[in-house]
Design a protein around this ligand. Sequence first.
Ligand code: NAD
Length: 475
Amino acid sequence: MTAAVLNLPETNTLDAEVRRVFEKQFDTAIRLRRSTAEERIAKIKKLKAAVLAHSTALQEAMYKDFKKPAVEVDLTEILPVVAEANDAIRKTKKWMKPSGVWPTMMMGGTKAYVQYEPRGRCLIVAPWNYPVNLCFVPLVSAIAAGNTAILKPSEMTPHTSAVMVKIVKETFTEDEVAIFEGDVAVSTALLALPFDHIFFTGSPAVGKVVMAAAAKHLTSVTLELGGKSPTIVDETADLDLAAKNILWGKFTNCGQTCVAPDHIFVHESVKAAFIEKATAVLKSSYGDSDAAQARSDSLTHVVNQRHTQRVAGLLEDAKSRGAKVLSGGGVNVADQWVAPTLITDIPAEAKIMSEEIFGPLLPIIGYTSLQKVIDEINANPKPLALYVWSRNEANIQKVMKETTAGGSCINHTVVHYLHGNLPFGGVNNSGIGSAHGLYGFKAFSHERAVVRTQFMMARMFFPPYSGFMKKVVPW
Ligand code: NAD
């Protein structure tokens, strides 16, 4: 590979450095087309071992970055990477096998199959909220599919990124997997390169920037984005379970989860009971006052002061328009702290009703008509996740058939993300394409269509168009 293959302006050292590594990956990407399942699996095993070997360092780093409790690091960062790696270790050989298809009428005498080939040089850009998980889970898929990769973790969790750099450098040569720390400038330099695939996880706004950059090279993209994920609790729901489960899904990682329940629609007939139960759960889980909760070692903090101010701003805006805080409400910007907060009576024009909250504020909205709730959800951008709590099958089916979302749980929250046999992704504003398991492998693979002639039936399509050829069409 020489620089002549690319014709990019070399304006500064950052551009030159990312280009150097990108070019170095060219020959490797070609070589990896012939890589065996065993070779790919060996790399995934190395990555898994390195992540486990650095698990204490990752826990310490994430505590420094946003006081993430060690148990949450294990459950939401390390476990998903290990689970994804284990799945790929077991199944890569099967995933790589060409999948045969039946011949169609016109294709008699041929054998046809789909051959999964690596896309080539891939870029993985990750957000800060699950920094290890959202960088290394797609990396497992990229390796399983036989690609090279460049990783760009978020600049907002620098202690974690530093450990990730160590893991990558100890495990891979840079022509196979490289990692660049840094902010928008680094992303922008990387996005100028003609990657074969970009796997981006982040906000819809930046997703559009990524897709526009990819369009310049017709690079394929997987976009794992965000947005507001609604939850519906109807009048038949198991309120005890719903309250416990929804609050767990919301306040894990301090509400900074792409599939966290953003806001809840609760049937008016059970709203008071739900609030009572939710308030009790909040206290028993995290402490019975804002001060106690601020000391809780089960709560992550907000990632930085800017985001603390953003979340506090949503709360203040809602309060100033008449919303009622039911529990929580405390803010300490210096400590990057917002108390887990239940809030109700929110006017539709409050910002909290249109912006992704991505913090520990849970709006509870009463409803009487399920149809109106569905209409409201359908009037907004398509959500990444939608949850329904109900024991009424007709209501469940109505919600599932009359709405759309990247994924859903019925009487559960968030766990579809953890189900390795399901595609994980959004729809339009919440994302394009999917991740995890076979779907992650496919995201990083090109499905090459192959027809192989068994005997010479294909000759019948040759000109001159006379005799049999004139009669071959059935109409
Ligand atoms: P973000 O979009 O601000 O940043 C994501 C990445 O893009 C970071 O690495 C950042 O450095 C980079 N970036 C930022 N601005 C850029 C620009 N102008 N050009 C190029 N690159 C740029 O997202 P975030 O704040 O890190 O994460 C929060 C968002 O991510 C939320 O919307 C959340 O819902 C979403 N998210 C989605 C998933 C999912 O799997 N669907 C998972 C986690 C987070």
